[in-house]
Design a protein around this ligand. Sequence first.
Ligand SMILES: Cc1cc2nc3c(=O)[nH]c(=O)nc-3n(C[C@H](O)[C@H](O)[C@H](O)COP(=O)(O)OP(=O)(O)OC[C@H]3O[C@@H](n4cnc5c(N)ncnc54)[C@H](O)[C@@H]3O)c2cc1C
Length: 806
Amino acid sequence: MKSRTKAVVIGGGIAGCSTLYHLTQEGWTDVVLVERDELTSGTTWHSAAQVTNFGMNQTMVGLKTHSINLYQELANDPDYPINYHHADGGIRLANTQAQMEGYHHFASMARGMDVHFEVIDAEECARRHPLISTKNLVGGLWDPLDGDIDPAQLCQALARRARKAGAEVYRHTAVTGLKQHADDTWTVETTKGNIDCDVVVNACGYRVNEVGAMMGVDHPVMSMEHQYMLTDTIPAIEEAGHRMPLLRCPISDYYCRQEKNGLLVGFYEQDCRTWGMDGIDPNFANALCPDDLDRVIDVLEGAFARMPALEEVGIHTVVNGPITYTIDGAPLVGPIPGKRNAFCIIGLRAGLGEGGGHGWLLAQQIVHGEACYDTWVLDPRRFTEHGNVELCALKAVEDYQNEFRFHFPNEHRPAGRYARTTPLTPVLEAEGAEFTVVNGWERVEYFKPAPDFHVTHSFRFDEAHDIVAAEVAAVQDGVGLTEVNGFNRMEVSGRDARSFLDRMSCSKIKSTPGRVSLAYLLNHHGMVKGEVTVANLPGGRIWVGSAAAAEWHDRDWLNNHIRADEDVQVSTLTNDHTILLLAGPKARDVLSACSRGDWSAAGFPWLSVREAFIGIAPGVVMSVSFSGELAYEIHVPNAHLYAAYRALRAAGSAHDLRLFGVRAVESMRLEKGYLHWKSDLLTEFDPFETGLDRFVDLGKQEFVGKEALLARQQAGPVRTLVSLALDGRDAAAHGGASVMVSDRVVGTVTSGEWGHRTGLNLAYAFVEPDLAAEGTTLHVDVLGDMVAAEVITPGPYDPSYSRVRA
Ligand SMILES: Cc1cc2nc3c(=O)[nH]c(=O)nc-3n(C[C@H](O)[C@H](O)[C@H](O)COP(=O)(O)OP(=O)(O)OC[C@H]3O[C@@H](n4cnc5c(N)ncnc54)[C@H](O)[C@@H]3O)c2cc1C
């Protein structure tokens, strides 16, 4: 066994084997994998091993395409062929029009990744799958490349190729300890000796937290029991002359694929079980949980009703094994929060289908610092301190019970709510707030007209559309107040704080006390990494603010770039303060009525910051605006939040102050031309492509990503962000929708919403640069309809900025 290597991958399931193989493909060949037992002895060996192309976003679709292409290549390798039923096809069923509209959106989104799903009606479903009845069926989504693979052969093939490239695999070698040294390298302690390395990768499946604990990390991952059964031969399959397509059913919660000449049917029962919450038997390897078909009877009945042939056939095997879940159902693939040179590929619940792609994206991140796609949807830092195993268990049960029922836009399910709140949460709830969830925080979405008001979730505008319109009008005509909780806020201090921030950003950052700058961070490839507000407070303090979701991402990005000779400290204030956002032409009147000081346009112009009392509550006020109206962000310590709120409400009563929520903000920010981190600001594009030219100061001597950006500038843009005004009036273009010229995909929507002040159906999209000129007419595939869309001037609302400066 080597005593030193570049990377140690811990765990020899699909996650570990794929990572090891892809590290060698990305150029790291001095790498090893350690496995406590045999390869695939965790969950992988007994997987149903379906390999689908379906995903909820383009990153997932892209990584699954990589899996499919790789598995096909492996299957066709004459030296070591493996069993892969490629392209049997698969159908996701639907029994409501709303589901069908969702499928149209996913088909539009996948088309941008050159993946071609079809939305088909019930009769066509039955034509393609001769065993199913069309009762209570509206139709489905056809995935032509759906199939299944032999999981053990797949892992062996990946390990074999990795070994051939120079990697080594140590079986029956358990990791027992992890030690990190001052230079950020690691020692991996195993039952067979120590291995020093630069990078460690946790790929330990359901034992993720045993290894996590060795580095002091609790990953928000836990396991559910999951069962499938295998039937005897079904004559109709024998006689069909072709393999049966796969089925996934959101009506009765099962999946089904052909196995030999019978069927494999997997169950997602309502009466489901968590597994291993209180520790896992060290001898549980190559093992299963006791099977229990009694608790899946309801699911089985649904499957019988859809496929009557199942009623006639015997069951010869039942498999029940642990399967890992995370808080939002997607795995955690990327850097481990708060650690250096440590990565994970964990929480895979469809690891056989996805594992090829996840290992590929992870290896790119390890070797190059970033992957070819923006990987935020997989990033382990997307859950922060609220992301504990208890919350994970609640969400996992909910997710398991809704396995094939995708989330609709603005849908936030009830399990594990109120994870992060402020003193105002119950106050706003009493005012009728409907909440959305942002990084665990309950944030106001809009205010309900009646306690029993609920929307029907849909990809079209829902019943809250007019409520949001009224909230926007109140802000535009008068003044509105909302709470922006969880906003990420760090104080950057130390002798070199200013030069450090300057080096981290491609933008000019003001150093004048009392002034605020909007600045962008790039990665080493010159692509957009982050967006921050830098505020110069009295006493030389510097606050750096960013999106709530960016809390750990931005903290780690900054911390990991502090040089040994730099005196810089980054501390977080996120949990201590909350923003009250006061917006609208009468905002100044309200602020002046409850806070002493000169709040005039001359005394406190746009992009200013100062400390002030709001009534008796101390706060920090910034004149910044995401809405396009005159606005003040009032940052208040949570202990004084209610006092500040009361003072503002009291001062606002003379001005008909109204409460509003984030859906109104979303509409207004699109009208104003502001971008959203990880919707429109992505690592797949540089700041010039993203239309941020005015925030790039190439005259600066040095900033992270400068060299790469100069090279990209020379090469010219691959895509350009444009603002679109769509013809349609009943649905927004959702992120991922394809932008078309005839039947050619020329771009992808990043976000869209109705602009209530402009009366425009607005969207941002990255399109081919020669189609980016204002006035160009394109089409967007919105829920299966080709909707005309014109490229317009970004920020059509108040282009002269007269309202924010008023
Ligand atoms: C019944 C069932 C059906 C499924 N069907 C499908 C499907 O149809 N399609 C699909 O895509 N997915 C499916 N899955 C999910 C899929 O099987 C898993 O996502 C995948 O196998 C997880 O792989 P992994 O490598 O993350 O974990 P594992 O396979 O569990 O591998 C982790 C490895 O880490 C090793 N390890 C743990 N601790 C240590 C240590 N301290 N030192 C060294 N090694 C260690 C373990 O021994 C193990 O081999 C199914 C799962 C179940 C249970």
